[in-house]
Ligand binder design. Structure first.
Ligand code: 3UK
Length: 536
């Protein structure tokens, strides 16, 4: 029986996690006092890895020793500002080493970092500051124009609104060691926000244990990331897919992470891969799709990649095959969520069925149930629930939504799935009307609301439709105020209107004019009937 014993020798308390790989699934045991920053950061140094590269950027490398010192300095800097145990710190920071210092420094000192999308507007930051009740906001300097007014106008008046430049300056004079806050494995550790179907984003609360579980079970157990690996994740750290792929898995394994501040694009990903030659690559299906198309005309040097993972939306079998043809390696699709923290059903190197999400990751239990909550037979579609040790404790301040989604340790994913005779899980879209477009949430009601603001539109409905690559994009059904307007120039006009008033990926790619929309007797739009082909 192989036992990995992770000791943080610098500590007075026992901060030992035992991952017993001799068991399937590996048993993970935590001591009663456990601060996860020690298990991720200090452990690497304690095990002799101080000189190994942890972070790699265009400016150079940061070793594990330097990382641990900067995490301690940042934790000390935050403590000196007067933060209290359990207080939230909104982190609006781009993918840079400072993200690591602030995040892990806060965790080590016992504060709760809340990493949020860096692309939002000031009204959104105001909402996030108020909803989280944060005591402080830390932002990348070039985001000041949106973050600062939002944070300053929040009713809870966060005591500290600081740029990473200011934090970095304060860190300089602080000690490079820090006693970890004596937290518990089930104590709140960090949050991520998930944009919901309707209304405002929800704070997803994760505890100290959760990152260990996803890293051990999926990062190392399923993907097999090792300390020699160089990892590049095209998704950003504030998205929990990127949070795992671009931060926690490589750190857990003692590997090297490549960081890029830019937003993901095929060009950015190719440049990063050619420059840093990663062995492990994480991307979303839409990005893989753009990359395989671009490879048709311009060959790129991708031979360093040994492991390629995909999540966020279903990976069409066609993109899997084209990528394999061009690079010789298989993409491992897996489904995860912010609430589960990471992937809980996945394909594996030695067990792949293209066009499916694979099989449950050992350590997670899943079930597919009908509307009465009873398990469905193989081949039948039902709602997917998951149970595992990394699922969120709750949605912050939202007991109704928590009660609906999290029951007896089970998490309702909201996804429709079937399982085939061989045990592979097949995605059948969402149970609600939500869409995942380029792995980002897309609410039909938001797009419909925008279309209804257009003077020529009487009614609008939006559903998802697969494009030629099999990737879902919004499609709109429009009842015009004046039937005579229903022509190509109105389509152009509506598309431009959406492009300039909504986030870039949300504009409808197809428009169909109809004389009426299918509705319930109470007047609600029945999008499922449009999906079934009515109104086409
Ligand atoms: C959908 C998928 C089909 C599905 C995520 C990996 O996407 C992530 O988190 P989110 O909270 O959204 C979760 C929802 O996205 N989805 C994700 N992966 C797949 N659908 N095939 C897939 N492979 O609707 C799920 O409920 O934004 C993904 C790791 C961490 C994550 N947070």
């Amino acid at each position: 029986m192989e036992i990995e014993r992770y000791m943080a020798t610098t500590l007075a308390q026992a901060h030992t996690v035992i991952v017993d790989n001799g068991q399937n699934p590996p048993a993970i045991r935590f001591p009663p006092v456990f601060n996860v920053a020690v298990a991720f950061i200090d452990r690497q140094v304690a095990e002799g890895g101080a000189d190994r590269p942890a972070l790699r950027t265009a400016e150079g490398d940061v070793s594990y020793g330097q990382l641990a010192a900067n995490v301690a300095r940042c934790g000390n800097a935050l403590k000196s500002l007067g933060f209290q145990r359990g207080e939230r710190l909104l982190v609006v920071v781009k993918d840079t080493p400072l993200f690591f210092y602030v995040f892990w420094g806060a965790v080590k000192a016992g504060f709760v970092p809340v990493a949020v999308n860096t692309l939002l507007k000031s009204a959104d930051y105001r909402f996030l500051a108020e909803d989280s009740g944060c005591a402080g906001v830390i932002y990348s300097p070039d985001l000041a124009a949106e973050v600062v007014p939002g944070a300053r106008s929040a009713l809870n008046k966060p005591a500290h609104v600081l740029s990473t430049d200011e934090i970095a300056a304060t860190m300089k004079s602080k000690p490079d060691t820090l006693d970890p806050a004596p937290t518990r494995p089930d104590e709140d550790c960090f949050w991520l926000y998930s944009s919901g179907s309707t209304g405002k984003p929800k704070g997803v609360v994760h505890v100290h244990r959760d990152m260990v579980v996803t890293s051990a079970r999926y990062g190392v157990g399923t993907l097999g990331i090792k300390s020699q690996d160089v990892v590049f994740c095209a998704s950003k750290l504030f998205f929990s897919y990127g949070f795992g792929g671009g931060m926690t898995f490589p750190l857990w394994a003692g590997a090297t992470v490549c960081l890029c501040e830019e937003l993901p694009s095929a060009d950015m990903a190719f440049r990063m891969i050619e420059k840093f030659r990663p062995t492990v690559y994480f991307a979303v299906p839409t990005l893989y799709g753009q990359q395989v198309h671009s490879l048709d005309s311009v060959p790129r040097e991708l031979s360093s990649i040994k492991i390629a993972a995909s999540a966020g939306e279903a990976l069409p079998a066609a993109i899997f095959r084209k990528w394999q043809e061009k690079t010789g390696i298989s993409i491992l699709d897996g489904i995860g969520s912010t609430e589960a923290l990471h992937i809980f059903i996945s394909n594996r190197h030695d067990d792949i069925k293209p066009g499916t999400s694979g099989r449950p990751v050992p350590g997670y239990e899943v079930k597919i149930v009908d509307e009465a909550g009873n398990p469905v037979a193989p081949g039948q579609v039902g709602t997917l629930w998951v149970k595992g040790d990394s699922t969120a404790r709750c949605y912050w301040n939202n007991p109704e939504k928590t009660a609906l989604t999290m029951r007896d340790g089970w998490l309702n994913t909201g996804d429709m799935y079937s399982v085939d005779e061989q045990g592979y899980y097949v995605n059948a879209g969402r149970g609600d009307d939500m869409l995942k477009v380029g792995a980002m949430w897309c609410s039909p009601t938001e797009i419909e609301g925008k279309l209804l603001e257009h003077p020529k539109v009487r009614e609008a409905a939006v559903i998802g439709r697969a494009d030629e690559d099999g990737l879902v994009k919004p499609a709109a059904y429009i009842v015009p105020k004046n039937a005579a307007d229903a022509n190509d120039s109105m389509v152009q006009e509506l598309q431009e209107f959406c492009k300039s008033n909504l986030a870039g990926y949300k504009y409808p790619r197809w428009f169909t004019f109809v004389s009426e929309l299918p509705k319930t007797v109470t007047g609600k739009i029945q999008r499922f009937r449009l999906r079934q082909g009515e109104g086409a």
